[in-house]
Design a protein around this ligand. Structure first.
Ligand SMILES: *Cc1c(COP(=O)(O)O)cnc(C)c1O
Length: 367
């Protein structure tokens, strides 16, 4: 038990999830999101494991640097572009594609005197109001970019704010603005994150129908990691498999009397004689301290419940439903049969945040 807290990462599940997306959107290239340490799954290992994605996207030049240093040769996209000329030089050296979303980045491109030429993803804002140029200026911006010697090719992208909302109203409104401003553009585009790709309506496919599939880049992130982007809809209902199993082991078992309290603050108090197990995982590993009593925890496959406040290195579990459990028993905090989505919803957050915050000391095992 050298590494009790472990994230077992299934590369089979990862590539299975790529196939799920490919099957729904045949012929369209996939730009796989590996930003934020591949959503906590391990940047380089995940990038190397993808069998058939067409490019990889990161948020920071340093992530791109790590990928190139590890020998990854796939196209790399910098989702926020570069922030200064030093970043731009690094991006050129690493051969990154650049998202361009503000005037500073346009100026940097027009001032670029290096020999390298960039593939540019011009980001237009269709209603999220985060990054991007007003969508009405897409043509003008595209023309400006096409005159710059530093630009090899200009592509267009936008990002949805509410693709996970069940009514789809906001996504439809964004797509309408997108269509109105880009219908004449016959080049390469990219619009869809995981929720847009998994929705059960035809809003997106209708909007893409007039384009060649090979010109429509998909941008899935969370779906590739086997997590549902929709509140209350299981990933399994799309055929997705969780990639991360976040696990540890019991390192102690206590017999409690009625009235005994467990852990800091004595938050959990036994109502009757019972057993609790102490597992070697805590908020120092990325298991949130905010989680309430009753949060599902699997012990040797049996559904048990968190009992007491999460410590830095440990947590305690009610073993009523795992009477055979003992020191060394396997504890699954999330993963198969215990979706990270359910754990996240217990504290009003999303599984994206949980998997991304699994800390560095957690041993990642790829299988
Ligand atoms: C992270 C990100 C995505 C992927 O989003 P998911 O919801 O994880 O699929 C797509 N596009 C952009 C611009 C992103 O930053």
């Amino acid at each position: 038990m050298r590494f009790p807290a472990t994230a077992r990462i299934s590369l089979d599940a990862l590539n299975h999830n790529v196939r799920v997306i490919r099957k729904r959107w045949p012929g369209m290239p996939i730009m796989a999101m590996v930003k934020a340490n591949a959503y906590g799954h391990g940047l380089v290992a995940i990038a190397k494991a993808f069998e058939s994605v067409d490019s990889l996207a990161v948020a920071r030049t340093d992530e791109a640097r790590q990928l190139r240093a590890a020998g990854i040769e796939k196209p790399l996209v910098l989702l926020e572009g570069v922030f200064d000329t030093q970043g731009m030089r690094l991006a050129a050296e690493l051969g990154c594609e650049l998202v361009v979303h503000n005037d500073t980045q346009l100026t940097m491109l027009s001032d670029w005197s290096g020999a390298e030429r960039f593939t540019v993803w011009l980001k237009v804002d269709t209603g999220m109001n985060r990054l991007g140029f007003d969508v009405g200026k897409a043509d003008e911006m595209r023309a400006a970019l096409s005159r710059m010697p530093s630009v090899r090719e200009t592509r267009l992208m936008t990002h949805f704010a509410c693709a996970d909302a069940s009514d789809g109203i906001s996504m439809t409104a964004q797509l309408e603005r997108w269509q109105a401003a880009t219908a004449q553009f016959e080049g390469t585009v990219s619009v869809a994150n995981s929720p847009a790709l998994l929705r059960d309506d035809d809003v997106l496919s209708d909007a893409m129908a007039h384009r060649m599939p090979e010109h429509c880049w998909l941008r899935p992130g969370i779906a590739l990691y086997g997590i549902s982007p929709f509140d209350g809809v299981a990933a399994a209902s799309f055929g997705l498999k969780p990639v991360m199993n976040f696990e540890s082991r019991l390192i102690a078992v206590r017999e409690l009397e009625a009235g005994d309290a467990v852990g800091y603050g004595g938050r959990f108090v036994a109502e009757r004689p019972m057993r609790v197990g102490i597992a070697a995982a805590g908020y120092g590993d990325g298991y949130p301290r905010m989680l309430p009593d009753g949060t599902p925890v699997l012990v040797d496959g049996a559904r048990c419940a968190l009992a007491g406040r999460v410590s830095m290195d440990m947590l305690s579990v009610d073993l009523t439903h795992a009477p055979e459990a003992t020191v060394g028993s396997l504890v699954r905090l999330w993963g198969e049969d215990n979706p990270a989505e359910s754990v996240a919803s217990a504290i009003g957050t999303i599984a994206y945040e949980l998997v991304t915050r699994v800390s560095e000391r957690v041993h990642r095992v790829y299988e």
